[in-house]
Design a protein around this ligand. Structure first.
Ligand code: AMP
Length: 212
């Protein structure tokens, strides 16, 4: 069965998805990663998405849903972890339609990662990523051994444009307005599970593991 992982920006969705993939043999679909890859490769989708992503706004539903449809079309087999998708009610409805229309493994749980706002700010402003392999670091809580160099592959690390304080504020607003209502959406469906997202990666993952 598939899993939806949602929560505010900086809640740890990407980090926990990585662990979940290793443990649960599910395929990871992160719309944020897909947009960033398209932007890096300057594809038409990337060019269209860039203005929204860099400014901390949500990419319009039609584009985002179209992207997920394409990805599922290319591979519908097995179970999925939907990371950062859906982020709006229309996306949640579209995901259900795609699942039934394409015969994709249905959603078993919608896991919500709960993290207080103050902690989100600290996590996001200190986050660094590897340009080459995408490994995630934090300047204080998970620094690279050598500043600016990825421990895993030796690539250069960078700060996401949308991890600057002013853009984070816009992302948190978008989250509160469009994504938080999904809590109720999934509660009504009986799929909602709240996970305490505070603490180190292992502790948070130990709370997620029973639902894989
Ligand atoms: P993330 O890596 O999940 O933090 O996503 C980075 C950015 O990509 C977001 O701030 C949005 O601009 C865009 N994005 C990712 N997923 C979605 C989505 N499901 N709907 C709309 N925009 C998205």
């Amino acid at each position: 069965m598939s899993i939806v992982l949602f929560g505010p920006p900086g809640a740890g969705k990407g980090t926990q998805s990585e662990r979940m993939v290793k443990e649960g043999k599910k395929t990871h679909i992160s719309t944020g990663d897909l947009f960033r890859a398209a932007m890096k490769n300057k594809t038409p989708l990337g060019i269209e998405a860039k203005g929204y992503v860099d400014n901390g706004q949500l990419v319009p539903d039609s584009i985002t849903i179209g992207l997920v449809r394409e990805v599922l079309d290319a591979n519908k087999e097995g179970d999925f972890i939907f990371d950062g998708f859906p982020r709006t009610s229309p996306q949640a409805e579209a995901l259900e339609e795609l699942i039934s229309e394409m015969g994709v493994s249905p959603i078993q749980h919608a896991l919500f990662l709960e993290v207080p706002k103050q902690v989100l700010m600290e996590r996001l402003t200190g986050r660094r990523l590897c340009k080459d392999c995408g490994a995630v670091y934090h300047v204080k809580s998970a620094p690279t051994a050598k500043e600016g160099i990825c421990d895993r592959c030796g690539g250069e690390t960078y700060q996401r444009k949308d991890d600057s304080e002013d853009v984070i504020a816009t992302r948190l607003e978008a989250y509160a307005k469009s994504t938080e209502p999904l809590k109720e959406y999934y509660q009504q469906k009986g799929l909602y599970i709240e996970i305490d997202g505070l603490g180190d990666t292992d502790s948070v993952f130990s709370r997620i593991k029973p639902y894989l």
